[in-house]
Design a binder for this molecule. Structure first.
Ligand code: DOR
Ligand code: ZN
Length: 351
């Protein structure tokens, strides 16, 4: 039986939601991850430092593990101001500002449509070295949904990066070869998160042989060639630009499986197991730690975790659902058997 010990991973992009859902989302996140970066697309969105601190207390009230450490990004709205940016920079739990192009995804109605109107904030963020986290898709309804990320990079992101060359940027949940190539061509303060589902699946999983809402997320799963580009990016030794952000995004069952189902793959419970399986199949297990536990911490200038996780090749079945207080969430791959699992967490010391 194969196994590997790695530094405990972090999830640098997760949706924990709020209220009753926290009981499930926080329990699952802390089973696998030491730190998470929780996204601010709540209703209403998290636009101020006090609103983030109060969300942090709600999350910690649900956590069982005293070492679980949630971080955050401010939601970039038209109301953002210089004081809030300065306050955010001084808050140890806030790692950046998240830009959702308006209409791009779930709860993005408060987002920024025309970033050119907000260049003064980007200039200040560049001065403060406060990262801009980007949902990188154009929202023009005439642009094909499969082309939206590539168009965003060419038309918006590249000019933006040239205008603010020192601004730290995380291009979130990248899905295309164009994104991989662009990020690789950039200096170290430009990085990207990659999800487990975009590494493991492509649009055939969503669309071929039946429409499967579980696999519907944004940015949408792309062709196999793009999936391979993501795999190559994380399974090449020496790469530092790419790190794990699961974008685990649970939606209640009724909203996910409806005539107009919500975007989001609920992957927290399977993320590490599926990653181990994937890296093992590609004979790249030795590179898993860099992607899941090192590159993200380095980018955000945080220490590596002290604990280790033990991943072993042993079958288990993904639960059919998680239910709390009348809310039911179905995880991706519900009822299916995975061949790896995360077994234990032990303390280690890094020099
Ligand atoms: O699939 C997605 N779901 N993509 C996002 O960008 C947001 C997320 C959510 O919050 O449900
Ligand atoms: Zn997200």
């Amino acid at each position: 039986m194969h196994s590997i010990n790695i530094i405990q991973p972090d999830d640098w992009h997760i949706h924990l939601r709020d209220d009753r859902a926290l009981e499930i989302t926080v329990a699952l996140a802390e089973q696998s991850f030491a730190r998470v970066l929780a996204m601010p697309n709540l209703v209403p969105p998290l636009t101020t430092v006090p609103s983030i601190l109060s969300y942090r207390s709600r999350i910690l009230a649900s956590a069982k593990n005293a070492h679980f450490n949630p971080y955050f990004a401010l939601y970039f709205t038209g109301e953002l101001n210089a004081n809030t940016l300065r306050e955010a920079k001084h808050c140890p739990w806030i790692l950046g500002v998240k830009w959702y192009p308006q209409g791009a995804t779930t709860h993005s109605d408060w987002g920024i449509q025309d970033i050119h109107q907000h260049f003064e904030h980007l200039a200040l963020m560049e001065e403060l070295a406060l990262p801009l986290l980007i949902h990188g898709e154009v929202t023009d309804s005439t642009i094909d949904i499969f082309d939206r990320e590539a168009r965003f990079i060419g038309n918006i992101l590249n000019p933006l990066q040239q205008r603010f060359p020192k601004l730290p940027i995380v291009l979130e949940h990248i899905t295309t070869r164009q994104a991989v190539d662009w990020v690789k061509s950039m200096p170290a303060h430009i990085a990207a998160t990659i999800t487990v589902h975009h590494l493991a699946f492509n649009r055939n999983h969503l669309l071929a042989g039946g429409l499967r809402p579980d696999y519907y997320c944004l940015p949408i799963l792309k062709q196999q060639d793009h999936q391979q580009a993501l795999q190559e990016a994380v399974m090449t030794s020496g790469q530092t630009h790419f790190f794990l952000g699961t974008d685990s995004a649970p939606h209640v069952q009724d909203k996910k499986y409806s005539a107009c189902g919500c975007a989001g793959c609920f992957t927290s419970p399977i993320a590490l197991a599926l990653l181990a399986e994937l890296f093992y199949e590609h004979k790249a297990l030795s590179l898993l730690e860099t992607f899941s536990s090192i590159n993200g911490a380095r980018f955000y200038q945080l220490p590596l975790n002290q604990q280790q996780v033990h991943l072993i090749q042993k079958e288990w079945m993904v639960p059919h659902h998680y239910t709390v207080d009348g809310l039911t969430f179905i995880p991706l791959l519900a009822g299916q058997t995975l061949s790896w699992q995360c077994q234990s967490i032990k303390g280690i010391n890094h020099e």
